[in-house]
Design a protein around this ligand. Structure first.
Ligand SMILES: *Cc1c(COP(=O)(O)O)cnc(C)c1O
Length: 487
C-alpha cells in the first residue's frame, strides 16, 4: 500500500513550536494556488511504512549480492561514523577556508592516495558518479586537443564490450563513437585497432575509452600495445576505473599508459550505492591534462604555517564547473577512511581476495555452467553463458536469476556484456566468506539441476519475493512514476 493510500486527513506530527518571529510571505503571484498534497500520517505509521518497505528490498546487508561490474562489497560502518562527525557535516562551502582546513586536508590526502593508486598526478572530486566522470575525462581530452589546434580530433574508440555509459558519455562530449570488435579471447582485437589508427582515420581520433579488466572480467594482456597504438596516432587514453577493484595495489592505469581515469568511489572505495544515494566519480589525470581540470584543487602554499596552510586554486585553463563546489564531499571522507583503514598492505589484499573469490566460484561452477571466453583465470568477475541451458531446457539466464531471488541471493548482472547472449556476470567481492560462496555455489548448482529436471519451476519463479514475476517489458515501456490522485 502506498503512503498516499494510508493518508487520513488531519493526522500528522506537530512537533514544531509555533513560529515566534515575523513571517514574511512571498508575493501573492508567487504563491501556489493549491496546497501540496502531502500524505497525512501519524509518526508511528510513517515509521512502520518505511520499515515495511525496507524489509522488501534486498541490500548488501540482507544477503549475497554478486552484481557484476557493480562491486557490491560490504561497506564498513566505521566509514559512516567518520563521515558523520560534525567537523565534516556542519560546514558550509562558502565559510572562510581558515575554519575548514581539516576538510581541505581530507581532499588533499584523498587526492594524493588516489594519485598513488592510479599513477595519475591530480584529481578533481566534482564528478558525482562514474558516467559523470567519463564525461569530464572526455572534456579534458577535448580541451587538450583544442589547445593543440587539433580541431579535427572528434572520434572516440570504444570496444564492443564497453559499459553502456562509455559511448553515451562520448556522444554527450560531442564526439563520434567508433566501435572496435573484441577478438575470440574477449579482449581488444589489436590488429584491427592498429589498422584503424594507421589509416587516414588516425588523424581524427581523439582517444580511446577502455576498462581493464574489461566487463567480461578479463585483463587485456596487450594493454601497453593498445595505449601505444593510440598515442602513436595522437590520441589520448581514458581509463574507465569502475573495475579498479580487481587491480588496486597490483597495477596502475598510469603505468598501463592511460592519460586520465575516473574512479567509482561508490564501488571500489566502499560507499553504499544502488539505492540512488550520492556517489562520487573523481577524475584523475597526468600532468599534461591537469591544467584543464574543472573546479578547484587544494594547494599547500605554506607548509610551515599553522593556519591558512591549505587553500583552493583553479587550474590554469580549467574547463569550468562540472558540479557546484567540491563534489559529494562526504563520499570522499568515507573513501579516505576506507583507504587509511586498509593501508598500503590492505589495498592489494582486498583486490587480491576479490580476484580469489571470483576464481573460486568460477572454478566450482565450471562444468555445470559454460564460461564465456573460458579464461584460465578471471579477474574480479566472471561471465557465465547460459545459451546451452536455454537451448536444451528452455531455461534462460532470466529464469536462473529469478530462482536466485527465491533463495535470497541477488542475481548477477544479466544480459551484459552484450557480446554474450545468455550472460550472467557474477562479481562476488572480497568481503564474502568461504561459507557464503559455498552456499551460493550450491544454489547455482541446484538451479542448474532444476533446469534439466523441472524447468517449469524456474519459469514460475520467483514465488518467495514480495512481488512475483514482473512484466518487465511493460514496466520499462510504460513506467508508472507518479501517484494518480482521485479528484
Ligand atoms: C558502474 C560502471 C560505470 C558507471 O558508473 P556510475 O557511477 O553508475 O555512473 C561505468 N563503467 C563501468 C565498467 C561500470 O561498471
Amino acid at each position: 500500500m502506498l503512503v498516499f493510500e494510508k493518508s487520513r486527513p488531519g493526522r500528522g506530527i506537530s512537533a514544531l513550536p509555533a513560529c515566534d518571529v515575523d513571517v514574511r510571505m512571498p508575493e501573492e503571484k508567487d504563491l501556489r494556488q493549491l496546497p501540496l498534497r502531502l500524505p497525512e500520517m501519524a509518526e508511528v505509521d510513517l515509521s512502520r511504512h518505511y520499515t515495511e518497505l525496507a524489509k522488501k528490498a534486498h541490500g548488501v546487508n540482507d544477503g549475497f549480492y554478486p552484481l557484476g561490474s557493480c562491486t557490491m562489497k560490504y561497506n564498513p560502518r566505521v566509514n559512516e561514523a567518520i563521515a558523520a562527525l560534525p567537523g565534516f557535516t556542519q560546514i558550509h562551502p562558502l565559510q572562510p577556508l581558515r575554519t575548514a582546513q581539516g576538510c581541505l586536508q581530507v581532499l588533499k590526502e584523498a587526492e594524493q592516495a588516489l594519485a598513488e593508486i592510479t599513477g595519475m598526478k591530480n584529481f578533481t572530486f566534482q564528478p558525482a558518479a562514474g558516467a559523470h566522470g567519463e564525461f569530464t575525462g572526455l572534456l579534458l581530452i577535448k580541451a587538450y586537443h583544442l589547445a593543440n589546434g587539433d580541431t579535427q580530433r572528434t572520434k572516440v574508440i570504444v570496444p564492443d564490450s564497453a559499459h553502456g555509459t562509455n559511448p553515451a558519455s562520448a556522444v554527450m562530449a560531442g564526439m563520434e563513437v567508433i566501435n572496435v570488435d573484441s577478438d575470440d579471447s574477449g579482449c581488444v582485437d589489436v590488429d584491427k585497432l592498429r589498422e584503424l589508427c594507421e589509416s587516414d582515420e588516425g588523424q581524427r581520433i581523439a582517444g580511446l575509452m577502455l576498462t581493464n579488466p574489461n566487463t567480461a572480467g578479463l585483463f587485456d594482456p596487450n594493454i601497453r600495445q593498445i595505449t601505444d597504438i593510440i598515442h602513436g596516432c595522437g590520441g589520448q587514453c581514458y581509463y574507465d576505473g569502475a573495475n579498479l577493484n580487481a587491480i588496486m595495489g597490483w597495477t596502475r592505469p598510469g603505468d598501463m599508459g592511460f592519460d586520465c581515469v575516473h574512479l567509482n568511489l561508490h564501488k571500489t572505495f566502499s560507499t553504499p550505492h544502488g539505492g540512488g544515494g550520492p556517489g562520487s566519480g573523481p577524475v584523475g589525470c597526468k600532468e599534461h591534462l591537469a591544467k584543464f581540470l574543472p573546479g578547484v584543487g587544494v594547494t599547500d602554499h605554506d607548509a610551515h604555517a599553522n593556519v591558512d596552510r591549505l587553500s583552493f586554486a583553479k587550474a590554469e585553463a580549467s574547463l569550468g564547473e562540472m558540479k557546484n563546489f567540491y563534489g559529494n564531499f562526504l563520499v570522499v571522507v568515507k573513501a579516505l577512511a576506507y583507504i587509511k583503514m586498509l593501508g598500503k598492505e590492505g589495498i592489494p589484499q582486498a583486490s587480491g581476495n576479490a580476484v580469489l573469490n571470483a576464481n573460486y566460484m568460477m572454478n566450482k561452477l565450471r562444468g555445470a555452467y559454460d564460461m564465456a571466453f573460458d579464461p584460465a583465470i578471471c579477474m574480479h568477475e566472471f561471465v557465465m553463458d547460459l545459451s546451452r541451458q536455454a537451448k536444451e531446457t528452455g531455461v534462460t539466464a532470466m529464469d536462473i536469476a529469478k530462482g536466485l531471488l527465491d533463495r535470497g541471493i541477488h542475481p548477477p548482472t544479466m544480459y551484459f556484456p552484450l557480446t554474450v547472449h545468455e550472460a550472467l556476470m557474477a562479481e562476488p567481492c572480497e568481503t564474502e566468506s568461504r561459507e557464503t560462496l559455498d552456499m551460493a555455489i550450491d544454489v547455482f548448482l541446484e538451479l542448474n539441476d532444476l533446469a534439466y529436471n523441472d524447468p517449469e519451476k524456474l519459469h514460475e519463479a520467483p514465488v518467495n519475493t514480495p512481488v512475483t514475476r514482473l512484466d518487465e517489458v511493460n514496466a520499462a515501456r510504460h513506467p508508472v512514476l507518479k501517484y494518480a490522485f482521485e479528484e
